[in-house]
Write a protein that binds this ligand. Structure first.
Ligand code: ATP
Ligand code: MG
Length: 424
């Protein structure tokens, strides 16, 4: 029978790698909860309409990348390509607005039908943050600061923060026309996608990857010149706050997020260590989305980090702390083997990390495995120890060995912990 394989664009995260993921996840959790962001878990599928409305029909995500299917009840369902729309849907549905500013975060799989390559998958994971209910520029700067703090805590340096403002709806409408006027004479020279976007979503042309389009766009009018007083003021305040925080940034007037609901602040954090897929984190303000999805006008800001890309960096650049194994327990003989599981469980319940050797091999062979296991100590149960209700303890660092009553080993866990620390 042919061997079955995982689906193209998906990956198994094997145990060796999961260690890295868990470290990243726990670091992020700690930082987010310190800043009083709370986790929200929404379903991985939603009505297709949520994304069509919340992300916008003219975007690549909705136009080309969604996993959409009809379920048995004839409803159009889509696997979430991102989670801001889902979080906002939930915020509206459960009237979270009544409780004031909501600082929320999420982590989980997202789905986009894209061409798989390094740092680009069809099922990938995002960590995201949403602060819903504040128009204060401090909310923008706080969101950016937390993203930066997470990346720094993971030991990642030399990351680049690009910042822009896409203004409010009115600014963008004015700019949109100016951009169309500028680009129209070049229409035939633009790449096919950009030609298509010229009337539908001209701002997206600014981040086209096509060489000739990029050249043309170089001299296009800048969105920043079209910002009204309110938008300009907001943008300046965000910059001042970032400077106060010692966070370096560069203004990139071509930075427009792919999604239609963004207003004011837009930002991206990139790394040179990622090759073509350089963006680890993207986000910004989306004051228009809550109302777009049927809620009250509500200002909001957020970001999403691509965890696969983050893991590529962590693997290259960071030191992932190893988890420690306290005891490696070996046994030989019927009675000893029977006692071994009870001893292992007793130690585990007292808070120690224990690996129980189940091989039944000669003690010497098991000992060699214990050596490799990285355990601080080996516990040895042979026939003699089993009969006496004793156990031999061998400290791996010094090779010192001592015989203990099994019950003594468990009688004073804090003391045992001290001994382990001393020998680790
Ligand atoms: P890109 O330009 O790389 O396609 P995007 O603008 O589509 O990015 P966002 O929708 O802003 O990306 O998602 C935020 C982050 O999620 C990205 O910066 C990236 O790190 C990650 N990401 C997006 N799509 C994928 C994917 N297909 N595979 C892996 N990570 C992804
Ligand atoms: Mg994309």
């Amino acid at each position: 029978m042919a061997q079955l394989q995982g689906i193209r664009g998906t990956r198994d995260i094997l145990p060796d790698e999961v260690v890295r993921w868990q470290w990243v996840e726990s670091t992020a959790r700690r930082i987010l909860s310190q800043a009083q962001y709370r986790e929200i878990r929404t379903p991985i599928f939603e009505q297709t309409e949520l994304f069509a409305r919340g992300i916008g029909e003219a975007t690549d995500v909705v136009g080309k990348e969604m996993y959409t299917f009809t379920d048995r009840g004839d409803r159009s369902i889509t696997l979430r390509p991102e989670n801001t729309a889902g979080v906002v849907r939930s915020y509206i549905e459960h009237s979270l607005s009544a409780r004031g500013l909501q600082r929320l975060w999420y982590m989980g799989p997202m789905f986009r039908y894209e061409r798989p390559q390094a740092g680009r998958q069809r099922q990938f994971h995002q960590l995201g943050l949403e602060a819903i209910g504040s128009a204060d520029p401090r909310a923008d700067a706080e969101a950016i600061a937390i993203a930066t703090q997470i990346l720094k805590s993971l030991g990642l340096k030399s990351l680049k923060l690009d910042l822009n403002s896409v203004g409010n709806r009115e600014d963008r409408l004015n700019y949109r026309q100016a951009l169309i006027d500028y680009l129209t004479p070049y229409k035939e020279e633009l790449d096919a996608d950009s030609q298509d976007r010229l009337t539908r979503n001209p701002l997206r042309i600014l981040d086209s990857k096509d060489k000739r389009t990029q050249e043309i766009v170089q001299d296009a009018p800048s969105l920043l010149e079209y910002l009204g007083d309110f938008s300009r003021n907001h943008f300046e305040q965000v910059q001042t706050l970032l400077t106060d925080l010692g966070i370096e940034y560069q203004i990139n007037p071509r930075l427009v997020r792919g999604l239609d609901y963004y207003t004011h602040t837009a930002f991206e954090i990139q790394s040179d260590d990622l090759g073509a897929q350089a963006t680890v984190c993207g986000g910004g303000r989306y004051d228009g989305l809550v109302a777009e999805l049927g809620g009250k006008e509500t200002p909001a800001v957020g970001w999403a980090m691509g965890l696969e890309r983050l893991m590529i960096l962590v693997e290259k650049l960071a030191q992932v702390p190893q988890s420690t194994l306290d005891f490696y327990l070996i046994s030989r003989g019927e009675l000893a083997q029977r006692q071994s599981l009870k001893l292992a469980q007793g130690l585990r319940e007292a808070g120690f990390a224990v690996e129980l050797d189940l091989s039944g091999a000669a003690l010497k062979k098991q000992m060699a495995r214990g050596d490799k296991s990285g355990a601080i100590a080996c516990l040895i149960l042979g026939d003699r120890e089993a009969e006496q209700q004793e156990v031999q303890l061998k400290w791996m660092a010094t090779k010192e060995q001592q015989t203990l009553e099994q019950s003594d080993l468990l009688s004073n866990p804090p003391y045992l912990r001290q001994q382990l620390d001393k020998h680790s």
